[in-house]
Design a binder for this molecule. Structure first.
Ligand code: ADP
Ligand code: MG
Length: 726
């Protein structure tokens, strides 16, 4: 986690020294009338147009930043902060570092390159040294960079013959206000039509106004237990921190609020949908034992048995189950899903299983329908597949069968519960590999008069506390045990010099009839660039493995193309599959026993673990090669963890400690789309927010006590788009 506060380098400036603050100050809560307080709070929903100095033009510009209301504006956090309190000089600039500098223009010069382009070259100084800056093709800036004017420059420092340089840095003319009033200056995301200076002025006005007036909705008892800052103070210091400690306290409060409000809202939603009853699906032990003994050719692991017991317990109640089954790749989630679906069948109800892709649905369909043939008793479940690949006639037949109840179990993609599909009586739905079965999907089912029991399954290991927060509406079961007889995957870190040896190893495996994955992922690039670079890599590897059939799978391909390639790989018509992401390769290819992961240092451990899980699915000994494209001691230590453990949860835990929650949950949509500061979701804050959410929910589930009233309003405001100020 990098410190977002930039340390500036400059000569002497008259700037206040830093103030330390061990604990956030707490002011006594003023006595406000709750009605009035609610009104003020709802004022956050007002358009930014109500802010003095913001006209229609500016409203448009702000909309580009997704800022429409006062609330959005307060939530627009600085990209970084420039710290004027910790200054050094140009003479101490370190090449290759991103740095912010305050310096004065000495002279500038236009340099014509060839015929067309004119570059602007500017020499800056700060009393300790000179810095040369080139603005490529930006000759028009020459009027701005007048001698003797002072600027803040931000960019990467390079050195040319010992002379520090910057190219196309971000720049801003010095605002003497910033120097006099505060030491740490927020740098906001900008868009056309708003300068940094204007944005800061607008923010300062808005923040000052609201920080003073906004009532703190957090119950005092919560703040006392958690030792967090007051709301107004936190808002002020989040935007215009008085010091580093202040900023840290402000952030803690902000992240805590996001986490707590999210959970309270999720818990409320859960309570809401649980208020509509579901059909109870009880079965007796005799039936279940016989079913399991006849259908599965192995005995279930203790973890699988426990999961099935949890599900039976939930589904036997007239309250809709909403359970998350977390289990590493290969932990045997399918057997649990089958056992859950049979609960519906045994009670004369239908069940559905939804997979993220058509090809996965097909794979599930094949194996599940085969296994269910062994269902004890005379009536076997009628299992059908429903994907977009079906012919129109087949599709019609399945849809009819679901409507009249002749199909018991349907396996397909998400479309199963959507377009024009009606069920005679859907008792239970399983969602595989879906991070979240959203409120929307539930709403859609409800619209069809259905409120089935829902089991969500995921192979993404998320540490328990984090999972409990993000999925507060789900009960959690973890498959923490692997079926016996797995040979662990050998994992090696491969420096570039050993690349040839690695390829030779892969060839040996291919020679013996095995198959290989080569993951060539790119991060932070557009999909188009990613595709292009994957094609390049594919061509290179086609030469390396010229004696074998090499295939390519990337995100830019059409779904049908992807399915073709994936199909060819799983049928053994392709030996080496070069791919850009794992999302595409959720399919089981037991004959593939080698995986190479390029650029491994760029990924979270949990993600790498997912990649690795593509192999080790058959009886052949499997190998995973991690090839970093840069080696820092930090990334080496991280990758080493992968060579030492195959426990996905342990890896996720390490990830969380080291890199924050970003990697683990990625860009997952939360109830509120703008869950910011993921990197600040450190374990102790998540723990704290969870504890407080549960305490509040237990004490006062409807938040009706007077001291919780504002909090209830705040939750409703954040998550209910219906509430408006007008
Ligand atoms: P995942 O959790 O990744 O969905 P699967 O359900 O696909 O895992 O199971 C992976 C493999 O393990 C399958 O081939 C399955 O037949 C096998 N399997 C599942 N449970 C057991 C068990 N208890 N004992 C032995 N093999 C099992
Ligand atoms: Mg699976």
């Amino acid at each position: 986690m990098s410190d977002p506060i930039e340390v500036l380098h400059t000569g002497q400036l008259d700037i206040p020294t830093e103030i330390r603050l061990a604990r956030p100050p707490r002011s006594p809560r003023p006595n406000v009338d709750p009605e009035a307080a609610t009104d003020i709070m709802r004022g956050l929903r007002a358009s930014v147009e109500t802010v003095r100095g913001i006209g229609p033009k500016m409203v448009e510009s702000l909309a580009n930043l997704n800022v429409h209301t006062i609330e959005d504006m307060l939530a627009l956090l600085p990209r970084r902060y420039d710290d004027y309190t910790r200054l050094t000089s140009i003479s101490r600039l370190v090449p290759t570092q991103n740095t912010t500098v305050i310096a004065t223009v000495r002279r500038s010069e236009l340099k014509a390159i060839k015929s067309k382009r004119k570059d602007l070259w500017v020499e800056f100084y700060d009393g300790t040294g000179t810095l040369h800056v080139t603005f490529f093709g930006q000759h028009y800036l020459s009027r701005t960079f007048q001698p003797s004017t002072q600027f803040v420059l931000h960019g990467r420092v390079t050195a040319f013959r010992g002379q520090p340089q910057m190219t196309n840095p971000e720049w801003e003319q010095i605002d003497p206000e910033n120097l006099r009033q505060i030491g740490i200056v927020p740098i906001y995301p900008l868009t056309e039509g708003i300068s940094g200076r204007t944005m800061r002025r607008l923010m300062r006005d808005t923040v000052t106004y609201w920080a003073e007036r906004l009532p703190d909705y957090m119950p005092v008892t919560v703040l006392e237990r958690t030792d967090l800052a007051d709301l107004g103070w936190a808002i002020k210091n989040l935007h215009f921190p008085e010091g580093h400690d202040h900023l840290a306290h402000a952030r803690n409060r902000y992240v805590f609020d996001e986490l707590l409000l999210m959970q309270l809202s999720i818990l409320a939603t859960r309570r809401e949908w649980q208020s509509t009853p579901a059909e109870p699906l009880p079965v007796d032990d005799g039936f279940m034992d016989e079913f399991i003994a006849s259908v599965f050719p192995y005995s279930l692991t203790t973890a699988q048995q426990r999961a099935i017991a949890d599900i039976r317990h939930d589904a036997a109640k007239p309250i809709p189950m909403n359970r998350l089954l977390q289990g590493d790749v290969g932990s045997g989630k399918t057997a649990v899903a089958i056992s859950a679906m049979i609960l519906a069948f045994a009670n004369g109800k239908q069940a559905a299983l939804m997979a993220p892709t058509g090809i996965l649905a097909e794979q599930h369909y094949r194996s599940i329908s085969r296994q269910l043939e062994a269902t004890p008793g005379d009536r076997k479940p009628h299992v059908a597949l429903l994907t977009s690949a079906l012919s129109a006639a087949d599709k019609r037949a399945v849809i009819a069968g679901l409507a009249d109840g002749s199909i018991d179990i349907v396996i397909g993609t998400h479309a199963v519960i959507e377009e024009g599909v009606t069920f005679q009586n859907l008792g239970l739905a399983v969602i595989d590999e879906q991070h979240r079965f959203g409120v929307q999907q539930r709403g859609r089912l409800r619209g069809k008069g259905l409120n089935p029991h829902v089991l969500v399954m995921t192979a993404t290991p998320i540490p328990r506390t984090l999972a409990l927060t993000l999925f507060a509406d789900l009960d959690l079961t973890v498959l923490d045990e692997m079926p016996p007889g797995r040979t662990p995957i050998d994992t090696y870190i491969i420096p570039d010099v050993k690349r040839e040896r690695m390829y030779r190893f892969v060839e040996e495996q291919l020679e013996q009839g095995r198959q290989a994955f080569i993951v060539h992922p790119l991060v932070e690039a557009s999909e188009t660039i990613e595709a292009a670079s994957a094609v390049e890599e594919y061509e290179r590897l086609s030469q390396v493995f010229y004696r074998y059939r090499v295939g390519l799978l990337h995100g830019k391909m059409r779904p049908a193309e992807k399915d073709d390639i994936m199909g060819a790989f799983s049928h053994g018509e392709i030996d080496v599959l070069v791919t850009t992401s794992v999302a595409e390769v959720g399919v089981d290819v037991p004959n593939a026993n080698v995986i190479i992961i390029e650029g491994a240092n760029r990924f979270g451990l949990a993600q790498l673990h997912q990649f690795r899980g593509r192999v080790g699915r058959g009886q052949h000994k499997s190998t995973c090669f991690l090839v970093p494209d840069a080696d820092t001691p930090e990334s080496e230590a991280r990758l080493k963890a992968l060579t030492e453990t195959t426990d996905g949860f342990k890896l996720a835990e390490i990830d969380w400690q080291q890199r924050g929650a970003c990697d683990l949950i990625g860009t997952r949509q939360s109830g509120r789309s703008k869950l910011q500061l993921l990197h600040a979701m450190v374990p102790h804050l998540v723990d704290m927010a969870q504890r407080e959410a549960r305490t509040l929910f237990e004490e006062d589930p409807y938040l009706t006590l007077p001291e919780h009233r504002l909090l209830a309003e705040r939750v409703a405001m954040l998550y209910d788009p219906e509430i408006d100020v007008s």
